[in-house]
Write a protein that binds this ligand. Sequence first.
Ligand code: ATP
Length: 247
Amino acid sequence: APSDLILQVENIEVIYNKAVQALRGLSLSVPRGQVVTLLGSNGAGKSTTLKAISGLLGLENGELTAGKILLDGQDISRMKPHELVRAGLFHIMEGRRIFEDLTVEENLTAATFALSGRGLARTPFELVYDYFPRLAERRNQRAGYMSGGEQQMLAIGRALIAQPKLILLDEPSLGLSPILVEEIFTIISRINRQTGVSMLLVEQNANVAMAVAHYGYIMETGKIQLNGPTSRLIEDQDVREFYLGHG
Ligand code: ATP
């Protein structure tokens, strides 16, 4: 039977360079159609968690040594990154990995190549331009010449093109002005509500993340310390003091 959980991470452990243990039995889940945020201080293991899910640990000499990861009920723990894209996962990495020498539209086109065989009816550029009119205006501009905010929009647009079941978002607010952060998160929220795509969001900016997410996990040194609906977490005294910056 189809699970109501799009992602289940069960007790995973990750070791880098056969020496440094970054995750120590971490478990979390993402209900279908929801935005879940993963918070924690520097070095807690947030990016490592996303890389474990999207199969990218190998690139950094990291290894999943225990536990299990299910995407829509299917065990993906041993899948390669390109197989995961076809399975419906899209990871927007920290630092917005786009092709700087390609135009906006070429970047969007490139996002479809990995998907050949999944039978997308047509390339939904218009869907992306509807969410990000600014990308439509700049469709023939080289991506490397755009502002940080526009590049982040393009990175999210590439995920939309892939029409995944789950988007992993690593620090979309990184390096952006408060106004742009506000704008990007408003759009992230709208994309979730209108397309129903599920999201796992890693953020340093806990205030904005809590505002868009339905549910939150807080991790420290490789495992979850606290979790709950964001409406409840923002009332928690420790969370307010240590993560939201007001007591
Ligand atoms: P930040 O917000 O600073 O990125 P984070 O919560 O995402 O922090 P990770 O980047 O996942 O944390 O790092 C978790 C732990 O794993 C840290 O102790 C870090 O030093 C270690 N680590 C991360 N990447 C590597 C790597 N490629 N090789 C060795 N150790 C690593």
